[in-house]
Design a protein around this ligand. Structure first.
Ligand SMILES: [Zn+2]
Length: 224
């Protein structure tokens, strides 16, 4: 795949690039109308942003930052009590205006490269910008939190989510807590994949759809 080095990487005060030892993989959408614009933006020093990879709607992958360097994709971010996820993660920008379905070609490319990265770097989790900055960001799942097939991706990456059932009508929220807005409701008895669990909150995806979000895990059965 082509490598177009972005100048927007983590450096110390003397301008020496900082090393990255990735533990997580963070998925994004680029919110751009075309791949050329999104890639040019990440190559411009003005933007101060970058990602390790960009994947266009044809499934073409462009590398912008080496995997042992820090890309500027997550901004202010937190996951499992860890802050500043740029210094802990590889970031992938997937071409999508934010309201489109992902194409099969690009999701195949996302899955293939994610599987390789998880395996090679022994990454702990594959998560979204929406998970590490839920107040600011809704990528890659979008406003209705139904664009991205998390369960399908996790299964390909060998991070198979467990299957559970809801024991009550449940609110699906945008983030971990009742302070986050309800995106939709699902009825008692629905089958869900539990993608991630943090304390009393779980990110779930409704089986048979891409609808995902956070629920109180007091209302999920044990594995069925
Ligand atoms: Zn993002």
């Amino acid at each position: 795949m082509p490598f177009k080095p972005s100048p927007n990487i983590g450096k110390n005060k003397a301008g020496v690039p900082l090393n990255l030892t990735p533990q997580y993989l963070i998925q994004h959408f680029d919110a751009a109308a075309n791949a050329t614009g999104a890639i040019s933006w990440m190559l411009s020093p003005k933007s101060k942003v970058s990602a390790h990879l960009h994947i266009d709607r044809e499934g073409n992958i462009t590398q912008l930052v080496a995997f042992n360097r820090i890309a500027h994709h997550a901004g202010e971010s937190e996951w499992r009590g860890l802050f500043g996820m740029n210094s802990r993660s590889i970031g992938i920008e997937i071409q999508n205006t934010g309201s489109q379905d992902y194409t099969a070609k690009q999701m195949d490319a996302v899955a293939e490269v994610s599987k390789l990265l998880v395996s090679y770097y022994n990454l702990k989790e594959v998560i979204g910008h929406e998970d590490v900055a839920p107040i600011r960001k809704n990528d890659p799942s979008g406003t209705k939190v139904n664009l991205f097939d998390w369960a399908g991706l996790l299964i390909v990456c060998g991070l198979a989510p467990s299957t559970k059932a809801t024991t009550a009508d449940l609110n699906i929220r945008r983030g971990q807590g009742t302070q986050f807005p309800v995106v939709t409701k699902i009825p008692k008895g629905d089958a869900v994949f539990e993608l991630n669990r943090i304390g009393t909150w779980s990110k779930i995806q409704v089986v048979g759809s891409n609808q995902s979000g956070w629920v109180s895990n007091a209302y999920l059965t044990k594995a069925i």
